[in-house]
Design a protein around this ligand. Structure first.
Ligand SMILES: C[S@@+](CC[C@H](N)C(=O)[O-])C[C@H]1O[C@@H](n2cnc3c(N)ncnc32)[C@H](O)[C@@H]1O
Length: 290
């Protein structure tokens, strides 16, 4: 049997005083095993591209970014994706898959890089695209969760707390998912703070997906550290872009605007996912202070 995905939409509750939130609405995706891997694409929550039935952010839009056909994925990848914990809705995940394939067509010789792994929903699809192209996805996370994943926040998942350390632990579920999907060789988890990894990262990449910490300081730092390593003609995807403050947190949108100001060309959008292409004349961002 193969899984289908049940998508539930929830509004973020007010976070504890003094804390930040990253979005006005988030899709929580849980796995439900049925005989249909993706549900009926013409009906219900999977109709068209907007499979979660979630609103598109208002404000300026880029061209539509078509979702890739997920039926081209190996069943083991779809099974693992359906079972992985996380908040990335299927329609955005499949648009991300399409973006990764676009980047791989431009730079099949280069690896791909993701900042923000969590339990691997995005890594499974981008990793499957990398595997099919014979290259590698590196995915960076300290695996302790962001602010909104900590106890007391709405997006805390108590089942992810390691009873030994008492800390959130998403590396073990990630490794199980990658193993189940047959992606151990194609997806390389890089475990550590993105600021530390970024200071030492030197490898050119054809695709960068920014989905890590959503505070202004760290989102900007991730962009400044990793975007310069995207090769000319390569692609940058930014998740959780909300032009209107009432709809979601500002940092990813500010990163998108900064990339545009630096000369990255907008390619397309699928809901909160934006894709940009690096032309030859992109300005390198100033490195962040150490
Ligand atoms: C939005 S989640 C990533 C979701 C993932 N892309 C998916 O598809 O499920 C953000 C992740 O960023 C990680 N993170 C937050 N701050 C970080 C930092 N400074 N360095 C490395 N990872 C960080 C968190 O641990 C969390 O797993």
């Amino acid at each position: 049997m193969t899984p289908s995905l049940r998508v539930m939409v929830g509004n973020l509750a007010a976070p504890p005083a003094g804390t930040r939130r990253t979005g006005a609405s988030v899709a929580r995706v849980t796995a439900q095993r049925t005989s249909d891997p993706l549900g009926d694409p013409t009906a219900g929550p999977y109709a068209g591209n907007d499979t979660a039935g979630l609103p598109w952010p208002s404000g300026p839009r880029d061209a539509p970014l078509p979702a890739a056909d997920p039926t081209q994925l190996p069943a083991a990848v779809l099974d693992a994706f359906g079972a992985a914990r996380g908040f990335l809705p299927p329609d955005e995940a499949f648009a991300l898959l399409g973006a990764a394939r676009t980047a791989l067509a431009a730079h099949p010789e280069l690896p791909l890089l993701e900042i923000g792994t969590y339990c691997g929903r995005s890594s499974l699809l981008v990793g499957a695209a990398a595997a099919a192209a014979g290259t590698t996805l590196f995915t960076v996370d300290h695996h302790r969760g962001s602010e909104e994943n900590q106890p007391g926040w709405q997006w805390h998942d108590a089942e992810l707390v390691d009873p030994v350390t008492g800390r959130l632990e998403t590396l073990v579920p990630l490794r199980r998912s990658l193993h189940a999907a047959g992606l151990d060789a194609a997806v390389i988890p890089v475990v550590g703070d993105s600021g530390v990894v970024g200071r030492w990262w030197t490898t050119p990449v054809g695709f960068l997906f920014l989905d890590g910490n959503h505070t202004e300081e760290i989102a900007q730092r991730d962009y400044a550290l990793f975007a310069p390593h995207v090769a000319a003609g390569g692609y940058l995807a930014v998740h959780d872009c909300y032009p209107e403050p009432a709809e979601g947190g500002r940092p990813p949108w500010n990163v998108y605007l900064r990339a545009r100001a630096d000369g990255w060309e907008p390619v397309g959008q699928h809901r909160s996912l934006r894709l940009l292409r690096r032309g030859a004349d992109v300005r390198p961002p100033a490195p962040p202070a150490r």
